[in-house]
Ligand binder design. Sequence first.
Ligand SMILES: C=C(O[C@@H]1C=C(C(=O)O)C=C[C@H]1O)C(=O)O
Length: 363
Amino acid sequence: MTSQRSIDDLRAEIDQINRELLTLMSKRGEVVALIGHAKTQEGRPNHYDPAREEQQLRELEALNPGPFPASTIKTIFKEIFKASLALEESNDKKQLLVSRKVKREDTVLDIDGVRIGGNEPPIIIAGPCSIESEEQMEQTAAFLQGKGVKILRGGAYKPRTSPYGFQGMGVDGLILGSSVAREHGQLFITEVMDTRDVEVVAEYADILQIGARNMHNFALLREVGRARRPVLLKRGLSATIEEWLYAAEYILSEGNNEVILCERGIRTYEKWTRNTLDLSAVALAKQETHLPVIVDVTHAAGRRDLLIPLAKAALAVGADGIHIEVHPSPATALSDNEQQLDFAGYEQFHAALSSMMRVATPA
Ligand SMILES: C=C(O[C@@H]1C=C(C(=O)O)C=C[C@H]1O)C(=O)O
């Protein structure tokens, strides 16, 4: 009689080995997490360390007693390294300041009594694309004040596709925008494009805007993170949601917690709209972060006939407000003539949205 062990018996041994491997894997995972934590504390942005991985592979190859060939051992351990790295990085993400895992409750901004986020009713940010003249700003602000709009927008520095397009009025525009807004009891929001202008823009604006084209301008993000003003951060033209949230993290990491995220449509293959409004990004940003999220309907589609349905959809998925461009005479505007609403257009928009704007879920 042979003393060959039965398959069942061998399998029982395998089951036991599996349990030991699992215990060891978990133990390894815990140590990896500690390394990841130490790297974050040391401010090492990159968790991946190919030299360290290579060194371990060499040692394992030298120690390998078989029966598995070196290549197999290598493949298995590379998989372990990959999983370990993913673990380190996901732990790291949990610690992001923008994350709900770090701050559970909604951030509600209170800017001179104008509240944004949480269970507050949605806000409207409206005004012309560019600040062009006192008359234009005055007419717009007075009209919007009558419609209950508390935040007036207007660009003084314009990120134009062509360097020969109207570039904005600069400091004169800032002075004009802020004084007109103040006269009408409104907050003034305007875009800052250059780190060198943050100080002067923060002097005049109540909210600093980072435009889509500057979402990846990390020096600018850090600079506005140091400014003592709330920041509206638009999502980049082709930015993933993760990149957008990391951009917000740059601002928070400098000590500025007052960030409003703004989805403005992304580049896709679609030609009937200028951009594609990504409503899942709005829902996800609300879910993953504690920050207020608003939707820029003007740039989302680049066409007036979609403003009302897109704004309704944005509010339905939980947006905390709408950003929309309004101009006394869009046809003669110095920028964005295709998309801005005239006053009659805004009247319609206001009427169509007003019932939804008042819907605030009680806390
Ligand atoms: C755990 C670390 O981080 C990563 C994961 C490694 C691993 O699982 O052994 C090795 C190097 C890094 O890519 C580390 O640096 O030691």
